[in-house]
Design a protein around this ligand. Structure first.
Ligand SMILES: [Zn+2]
Length: 137
């Protein structure tokens, strides 16, 4: 793992990361920057802030077009700890055991078992719920 500061993002081109992890306000601009040259081979993880809206479907489309790898959202707490993570089913963010992840505006906490098999509560938007329903059809 290597950490890059905002001014060093260009160095990611030569690093060739397997997974690109960063805050939403630094990852989303890369998705619209032509020729950014950063090509993670496995996934992009976008870290979102508590109380703020998470990734939208539009954001995900842009990230997919830019990077061509699965996109995952992780939610952090105010002190920077990861408190919820999206799984490969992309149907909400599983709240980490013992964490208090408050839903953002437009999100709800759902308690039904996820198709990944985990039973932990999830933060989910109506948009994510609709997308998951479409995928199940
Ligand atoms: Zn899951």
């Amino acid at each position: 793992m290597k950490e890059f500061r905002t001014g060093e993002i260009g160095s990611l081109r030569t690093w060739n990361p397997d997974v690109l992890v960063g805050p939403i306000d630094q990852i989303l601009p890369l998705a619209v920057a032509p020729g950014h040259g950063i090509s993670p081979s496995t996934a992009v993880v976008v870290v979102t802030a508590p109380g703020k809206l998470g990734l939208t479907g539009h954001d995900r489309d842009r990230l997919w077009r830019a990077f061509g790898v699965p996109i995952f959202e992780f939610r952090r707490s105010k002190n920077g700890r990861i408190v919820a993570r999206e799984c490969e089913m992309h149907d909400g963010l599983h709240i980490e055991r013992g964490s208090k992840a408050e839903p953002a505006e437009g999100e709800e906490v759902v308690f039904e078992e996820c198709e990944c098999g985990r039973t932990s509560p999830r933060l989910r938007t109506a948009e994510a719920r609709a997308a998951a329903a479409d995928a199940a059809d």
